[in-house]
Design a protein around this ligand. Structure first.
Ligand code: 5GP
Ligand code: ZN
Length: 109
């Protein structure tokens, strides 16, 4: 989508701290990290929110890549948190589906 911030980041039109990319997803460092490690994983396809996604294969790929990035690339061996904020009430500010990976400190719940 032409006016979507995360579509522009995935396309390379807006600079980001890239962590990983493939044909399906793009991962980059959050600009305002809420933990020492804070990475966002997004599908290349524009989907506004988790609630708008009815594609189990896409969701499976997104979650599998988040796991791979956290374990193999970021090497968060002590553990990490995966978060998806959904719509305003869930704290979502950017309306392109994204998975937060948070780690490198003990996270209170
Ligand atoms: P949400 O609140 O929608 O779940 O999370 C959006 C996240 O995107 C926030 O943690 C915010 O810091 C991050 N963010 C917003 N704008 C940018 C940007 O231009 N670049 C990067 N790297 N992260 C951004
Ligand atoms: Zn988008």
């Amino acid at each position: 989508m032409s006016d979507c911030l995360f579509c522009k980041i995935a396309a390379g039109d807006i600079p980001s701290g890239k962590v990983y990319e493939d044909d399906d997803v793009y991962a980059f460092k959050d600009i305002h990290p809420k933990a020492p490690t804070h990475v966002l994983v997004i599908p290349r396809q524009h989907i506004a929110t988790l609630a708008d996604c009815h594609d189990p294969a896409l969701l499976g790929t997104l979650m599998d890549r988040a796991r791979m990035i956290a374990d193999d690339i970021l090497q968060l061996a002590a553990g990490y948190r995966i978060v998806i904020n959904v719509r305003d009430g869930g704290g979502q500010e950017v309306f392109h589906l994204h998975v937060h990976i948070l780690g490198s400190k003990k996270l209170p719940f």
